[in-house]
Design a protein around this ligand. Structure first.
Ligand SMILES: *[C@@H]1O[C@H](CO)[C@@H](O)[C@H](O)[C@H]1NC(C)=O
Length: 412
């Protein structure tokens, strides 16, 4: 009679293990922690999908609520007593400003605009690791950090999140605001991770090319940025399509949401149908700017073949013009725009679907004459930058944050 509870326990354990276990590349350290984290994300997504289906609430709102619980809430971890934090608005855009303890009186400080990640749909600079990181930058690097609370999907979509960031950047770079915060106009940078890296790269391009701006960013730090949406079959998209914390289909869904497109297009864009050759509005020049078969070293190309569709499928690019808009896809910018971009740091992870576009952007900026630091983590995966505190604390997260801080220390 003692057998039944035992059998039930064993079966339950197997079921839970089956739900949590995912095969991971061997180089990834602390694999069980990542599996548990991923299982928690997956549960949040499933719950959101169910609530959406039942008409209770939009899946994104549900996922936001669930993932807030996963964000570090380690009391004291992020609090650095000297840093002054204010939640204000820059030209109507909500921002959180971190002012370092030192400075003022004759000592000009550095400035950094920070744009958080989260697929243009999730996250906030005010919570979790982002708040901790920005406090540390402010304190350790004597920097005034401005973290932008740009609007998200489903409330808005492209170009509004980009425009929020651009408006806030122009306000920040105005001589009056820099003077008010005692910031050296020669030492103002922009940074962001993932979707925030996308926004940072796009805003940096726009500001660099804008002749009316007297002060420009002198540095950009892009942490596994999202940079293009015409090829979802790069070697890194294919090799890492099932590696957490960013699955290939999730990234493509984030793109469609951001660009205001119908999610039913997902299978078509996964197949690169939107960039088919026949009667395409994409010029050969634009294709060459995202051509991994010539821009990536052999180490990453391996034996992969470009997925190029011949026949056109009913005008996806007409329906979703953002796919070809440089403000959404900064890797599409021409060399004349790249040449004007500031000193650049690009962090990439070997096991990240976004690896190849980050490496290609580094290469193209370098070819255009920009000083680029490519910080590649051989055991890196998507999300490491914000995995620095319990319950998502990884040794690699601390190393990646150190890399970012060091670069800013020497280049901002
Ligand atoms: C891609 O487009 C072609 C031509 O319109 C179509 O036959 C094919 O089914 C599409 N593929 C997907 C995955 O939708």
């Amino acid at each position: 009679m003692k057998l039944l509870p035992l059998v039930v326990t064993v079966l339950l354990t197997v079921a839970v293990a089956y739900y949590i276990y995912i095969p991971l590349p061997e180089a990834i350290q602390e694999p069980w922690k990542l599996m548990l984290l991923d299982a928690a994300f997956r549960t949040a997504v499933h719950l959101g999908t169910l609530k959406h289906w039942l008409g209770i609430e939009h899946y994104i709102l549900s996922i936001r609520r669930s993932t807030e619980g996963l964000e570090s809430s380690d009391p004291g971890a992020g609090v650095i007593p000297g840093v002054k934090v204010s939640d204000i608005a820059f030209s109507g855009v909500p921002v959180r400003v971190y002012e370092p303890p030192a400075g003022g009186e004759g000592h000009l400080r550095r400035g950094l605009m920070f744009l958080h990640g989260g697929g243009w749909a999730l996250g906030s600079g005010k919570r979790g690791a982002y708040d901790t990181i920005n406090r540390r930058v402010s304190d350790e690097l004597n920097t005034v950090v401005v973290s932008v609370e740009y609007r998200l999907f489903p409330e808005v979509h492209f170009p509004l999140p980009y425009l929020d960031c651009l408006v806030a950047a122009k306000h920040f770079l105005s001589p009056e605001v820099l003077a008010k915060y005692a910031i050296d106009p020669e030492r103002v940078g922009v940074a962001g991770d993932s979707a925030g890296g996308n926004l940072a790269a796009a805003v940096a391009q726009e500001i660099s090319s804008d002749e009316t701006m007297s002060v420009k960013f002198s540095a950009q730090a892009l942490v596994y940025p999202v940079l293009q949406a015409l090829d979802f079959n790069t070697p890194s998209y294919l090799e890492n399509q099932q590696v957490p914390a960013l699955y290939r289909t999730v990234m493509v869904q984030f793109w469609l949401q951001y660009l205001g497109a119908d999610l039913s297009l997902l299978p078509q864009v996964l197949a690169n149908n939107h960039s088919a050759l026949q009667h395409s509005p994409i010029t050969p020049e634009q294709r060459s700017r995202i051509d991994w078969s010539s821009l990536l070293p052999q180490k990453y190309r391996k034996n992969h073949k470009p997925v190029v569709v011949e026949k056109r499928s009913e005008g996806i690019l007409k329906m979703v013009p953002g796919l070809l808009d440089v403000r959404a896809a900064p890797l599409l910018a021409g060399p004349e725009v790249l040449a004007k971009c500031p000193r650049t740091y690009i962090l990439t992870g070997e096991y990240d679907v976004l690896r190849d576009e980050g490496l290609m952007y580094a290469r193209r900026l370098q070819d255009a004459g920009v000083a680029v630091t490519s910080d590649h983590y051989e055991d890196g995966f998507h999300g490491i930058f914000s995995f620095i505190a319990w319950p998502a604390d990884f040794d690699i997260g601390k190393r990646a944050l150190r890399g970012y801080l060091n670069w800013l220390q020497n280049n901002l």
